[in-house]
Design a protein around this ligand. Structure first.
Ligand code: PHE
Length: 441
């Protein structure tokens, strides 16, 4: 059977943006920004998006379009089978990320319902704990995975592309509405100055934690390092300017993250909630606190969690698609049974994180601060040192500029590996400390 392709340029862009825009932008980004002290984090993050994120996105797009294959099969198609393990790192990261991403997606569905019933109003902190782990968390994790599998089973055009065309514009529209509403709140002024005026002293003082966090976030938010963009580009025709596509994806993803900050911080500041207190649950607890106290906060909360839910879905589709495309390409299994089987396995892998929050951090840190960075490093080394000539040729189809292409390959050869190696080192060190503190000490 012939391999499917995207029906339109817009369809591909929207699906890729849908992958990029997700919990990373709306949940992870504000809480990392809060933990790291506001605008200082924003600056370092933007720097990483531009000098590392954009070049690595191009690396993935080039490999995908050149090979027309999933990220593991790609290396065979490009006659470099020794590099297959780079794709395997990505696929493993995909299993881990989707397994807990879906658990958090399940929280979002529970919060959507609770906004309407008022279930979190009395005690948001307690509500979070009862939502986040237990059999209800497992059940909503199953529901979320079921929704993801349903769309992915329908295929590229009828599933991913059609869903993205409706869902991605809705996310942006709802965020703009919420940011507009947020600007009318009394805490908006304080929120904006916290969020928008960086303090150079904070950046310098916190550099060793800002760098891995900002680099990890830049990767995570652009869906890099695990072959999502390889896979999406593998369904692409040759007549497209990849520079332009990559630029569009990066700009929209960054604007959405920025916009999410303009939504989240005014709510928090208005209720006097301190941003950045307390990790993954923080955004859920503090936002619920804010929604509980606003007039008509239940409706505002429902709109917010609805928007967050669709953003999470379009990202989850892309993670499942990586693994499905591998199984379909390699074993010739039909898409539907492959999707159901893989979604089932990922559901099982996620169960521990739905029962105990500690595992969620264990999965999240391993996948983001280590596996994604390692995956991105390997893909960049491959393109920079083993495949440079062909990569430039591929990039220039669809009229990529010659000078830019050469600048890009040198960034991919030297700057990207240097920064990613350092980041990986800090990531491994941090993870080792985390494991000791959590499981041994
Ligand atoms: N980019 C997604 C987000 O920001 C998460 C993601 C990571 C999706 C890796 C695919 C691959 O939420």
């Amino acid at each position: 059977m012939a391999r499917e392709t995207w029906a339109t340029r817009l369809g591909f862009i929207l699906a890729a943006v849908g992958s990029a825009v997700g919990l990373g932008n709306i949940w992870r980004f504000p809480f990392l920004t809060g933990e790291a002290g506001g605008a200082a984090f924003l600056v370092v993050y933007l720097l990483f998006v531009a000098v590392i994120g954009l070049p690595v996105l191009l690396v993935e797009l080039v490999i995908g379009r050149r090979s027309n294959r999933n990220p593991i099969g790609a290396f065979e198609a490009l006659e470099a089978p020794n590099w297959k393990f780079a794709g395997v790192v990505g696929a493993v990261a995909g299993f881990i990320i989707l397994s807990y991403y879906s658990v958090v997606g399940g929280w979002v569905i529970q919060y959507l319902i609770a906004s309407l019933t008022g279930a979190y109003a009395a005690n948001p902190g307690e509500y979070f704990l009862s939502t986040a782990s237990g059999l209800n968390a497992v059940a909503f994790h199953a529901l979320f995975m079921g929704l993801v599998a349903t769309v992915v089973a329908l295929g590229i055009r009828d599933g991913l592309e059609r869903a993205a065309k409706v869902m991605v514009p809705s996310i942006v529209f709802l965020l703009v509405v919420l940011a507009g509403y947020g600007s009318t709140l009394s805490g908006a002024g304080a929120a904006y100055s916290y969020y928008l005026s960086p303090d150079v002293g904070t950046i310098v003082a916190n550099a060793t934690s800002l760098i891995p966090d900002a680099a990890g976030q830049a990767f995570f938010t652009l869906s890099l390092g695990m072959g999502v963009m390889v896979t999406y580009a593998s369904y692409l025709g040759e007549d497209r300017n990849l520079f332009r596509d990559a630029g569009t994806i990066v700009v929209i993803d960054t604007l959405v993250a920025f916009l999410a900050g303009l939504v989240v911080f005014p709510f928090l500041f208005t209720q006097g909630v301190e941003p950045g207190s307390g990790g993954a649950g923080a955004v859920f607890i503090s936002l619920a606190t804010a929604f509980a106290e606003l007039p008509a906060g239940g409706v505002v909360g429902a709109v917010f969690f609805f928007m967050l839910g669709i953003a999470a879905l379009t990202s989850a589709f892309s993670i499942l698609e990586v693994v499905v495309s591998y199984v379909v390409d390699t074993y010739g299994v039909a898409r539907k049974p492959a999707t159901v089987a893989i979604a089932g396995i990922i559901f099982l892998v996620g169960i521990p994180t739905a029962l105990d929050l500690t595992y969620l951090d264990t999965y999240d840190l391993l996948a983001n601060n280590i596996l994604l960075i390692l995956g991105g490093l390997l893909l960049s080394l491959f393109v920079g040192w083993r495949y440079a000539g062909e990569a430039i040729e591929e990039l220039r189809k669809g009229s990529g500029d010659a000078t830019l292409s050469v600048a890009w390959i040198w960034i991919v050869r030297l700057l990207v590996p240097a920064v990613l190696l350092y980041t990986l080192y800090l990531g491994i060190e941090g993870y080792a400390e985390f494991l000791v503190e959590t499981y041994i000490a």
